[in-house]
Design a protein. Structure first.
Length: 386
């Protein structure tokens, strides 16, 4: 197992009827900016619960943060923060709203002239404006980590950011909200969390026995609850396990002491930037091609995954590994998610070369757990996904 340090300062408040606790977690003298997305929280009762909890506080609002948090929209929110002298941010939404809020947390205290530099120049945020979250869509784990992904439509860029100053102060996780989530978004959440675990697990054996079993337990739980939550989003037991699995998949715990891959995400971000495909679905598009292309370096973990997660006990190591890939694709299909790029766009020819060009342009020339995947390799993986 590799050396590591682990600190996660985010307080989690989990369960039914917990939104009211906002009132005891935010400083009474805070000037709050409440941030949310397209307005679904005003239809499902969450907005009313939040506003009730914030009674007596100084609150401004900013809605309309899109599914891929857009830089230009966030810059409008940044203007509100400056003009209204905001001191605390509250994100009510899924990963996109939370990621957008993380950018604002960083940009609000950024001393440079151009906040885009935070992303473009990969400037780590050591201290951001305090913020908290009320999670409405389990998927990204952004409610308990310090990373974010921001989109800039005019340049077709989707870039990552992070730093120790971007952990939420607290996050409220009420599984009851899952009952109002459209099935497409539930499917995306399941696929996103599942792939988050794979990116930290599907590398090579390093003797991290507990970390492997942490990862496998999350995969097994997602596999078990997926049909339940898709059939009945109001199933609280399934929703609770779904929500907590999504958080645990990317709160930093399972990546400690082990190598990480993340090449699927880097390539997937480019597919979203180019075609507007849902983030989770880009991961499903690329998974089979990625694991097939890198089969020799990943086959030991693929076989272990097939045995422990999918109960594949017969066959050679290579045969089990191949079944592991097949089972992953079948899992995405069971969620109603298509896994070929040509099923999302007819304009897919040349996409591999374009993804390679964009990765090269961003300096992403050494991807994967061995830092051996080049943009040329990425082009071939994307081509295989057509």
């Amino acid at each position: 197992m590799n050396n590591f340090e682990f600190k996660n300062p985010t307080k989690i408040i989990f369960g039914k009827d917990q939104i009211i606790k906002i009132a005891t977690e935010i400083p009474k003298d805070a000037k709050i900016l409440l941030l949310y997305g397209g307005g679904s929280i005003k239809k499902n009762g969450i907005y009313d619960q939040v506003k009730t909890a914030l009674n007596g506080f100084s609150v401004e609002e900013f809605g309309g943060i899109p599914a891929n948090p857009e830089y230009e929209v966030l810059m409008q929110a940044l203007t509100v923060i400056k003009e209204k002298k905001i001191t605390f941010l509250l994100a009510v939404g899924g990963g996109s709203v939370i990621d957008g809020t993380k950018f604002l947390s960083s940009a609000a205290l950024f001393e440079g002239d151009n906040p885009w530099d935070i992303l473009d120049k990969k400037i780590a945020t050591l201290q951001g404006m305090p913020f908290a979250t009320v999670l409405t869509l389990p998927a990204t784990g952004s409610e308990m980590n310090s990373g974010a992904v921001i989109t800039r439509t005019e340049t077709k860029q989707k870039l990552t950011m992070g730093g120790p100053g971007l952990f939420p102060v607290f996050s409220i996780l009420d599984p009851s909200v899952v009952s109002s989530i459209p099935q497409r978004q539930i499917a995306n959440g399941l696929a996103d969390a599942f792939t988050h675990v794979l990116e930290q697990y599907m590398t090579y054996p390093i003797g991290a026995l507990l970390q492997d079993r942490f990862a496998e337990s999350i995969l097994q739980t997602l596999k078990e609850v997926a049909p339940m939550i898709l059939k009945d989003p109001s199933d609280y037991k399934a929703a609770a396990n779904f929500m907590w699995s999504c958080t645990m998949a990317l709160n930093g715990l399972i990546q400690k002491g082990v190598p990480g891959d993340w090449a699927i995400h880097m390539m997937g971000h480019e597919l979203t930037a180019l075609f507007g495909i849902d983030h989770a679905r880009t991961l499903a598009i690329l998974a089979e091609s990625h694991y097939t292309y890198n089969f020799d370096s990943k086959k030991e973990k693929l076989a272990q995954y097939a045995e422990r997660v999918w109960d594949i006990t017969e066959g050679s190591l290579e045969e089990k590994a191949k079944v592991g890939i097949q089972k992953t694709t079948a899992f995405f299909h069971s969620l109603g998610i298509k896994t070929k790029l040509s099923e999302y766009t007819t304009d897919y020819e040349g996409t591999g070369a374009e993804v390679a060009r964009r990765l090269e342009e961003r300096g992403m020339t050494a991807l994967g757990e061995h830092q051996s995947l080049t943009p040329s390799d990425a082009a071939k993986i994307v081509d295989m996904s057509y």
